[in-house]
Design a protein around this ligand. Structure first.
Ligand code: F6R
Length: 240
């Protein structure tokens, strides 16, 4: 695992945006794997600016988002569909049909996951997969469990994740208790994984990640087994 430690969130975001931009310049029709949450917002902001100034174009690229709450309406401001529109898609020039997010409105969530997996197989493997990491080590919504799913699937959210994400909702009772998420398979097939971690509260999980052991009870640790991971972490995540 290549490690880049940055002084600040801003620097982490700038380095991450540069990795994505390099990828698109090198291969304009790249397939990107994208994440939501607070961590990648600064990176999306920089990418949006680069598109506005004409330095970068996503017009030939394709994107797959990792996950979506279930059930949730797309027009709910807390849906990941709304998040991606606000933070990136409405500011840049992706062709909408080439941006994929699991559908939190699907009447049959199991079928929705199966169809998402078919799309991932059709257009994958992902060239660069952006990942954040939960306080409990989840990636996507692959929560700590005795065993992890390889395919896109419906999952229950842990109380830890529901509490962590309640900050985005008016009330914790509004946080959906399920999600649709890419499994470990598509994540591991990605050619390059860009793992972004910021903030002192993630120090315990970064410690586990760098310990040299792997466990499905801390899914992010499995990334040590992937041959091309770049961790970009702010220096406060190394606090013990
Ligand atoms: C979101 C996702 C999650 C987040 C994680 C960290 O698409 O995949 O795994 O990356 O919950 O969230 P933040 O960045 O808000 O700390």
């Amino acid at each position: 695992m290549k490690k880049i430690i940055t002084k600040s969130y801003e620097e982490m975001s700038a380095v991450a945006a540069a990795v994505i931009a390099e990828q698109i310049w090198k291969k304009p029709d790249s397939v990107l794997g994208l994440a939501t949450g607070s961590t990648p917002i600064g990176m999306y902001d920089r990418l949006s600016t680069m598109v506005k100034t004409g330095e970068l174009s996503f017009s030939a690229a394709r994107a797959f988002n990792l996950d979506e709450y279930y059930p949730i309406k797309r027009d709910n401001p807390q849906s990941y569909y709304a998040f991606m529109n606000e933070q990136l898609f409405s500011n840049v020039d992706f062709v909408r049909e080439r941006t994929h997010i699991p559908n939190g409105e699907a009447s049959d969530p199991v079928l929705e996951c199966a169809e998402y997996e078919i799309l991932l197989n059709k257009y994958g493997p992902i060239d660069v997969q952006v990942l954040g990491c939960g306080l409990n080590g989840h990636i996507g919504f692959n929560e700590p469990e005795d065993s992890l799913d390889t395919l896109t699937h419906v999952t229950g959210l842990t109380q830890n994740t529901i509490s962590a994400n309640a900050r985005f909702f008016d009330d914790i009772s509004e946080v959906p208790d399920k999600a649709l998420t890419m499994g470990m398979g598509a994540i591991f097939k990605a050619r390059h994984i860009l793992l972004l971690i910021s903030g002192e509260n993630k120090a315990p999980v970064v410690k586990k990640l760098l310990e040299g052991r792997v466990s499905s009870l801390c899914p992010v640790t499995l990334l040590q087994l992937h041959s091309n991971v770049t961790l970009i972490a702010t220096e406060d995540t190394l606090a013990d």
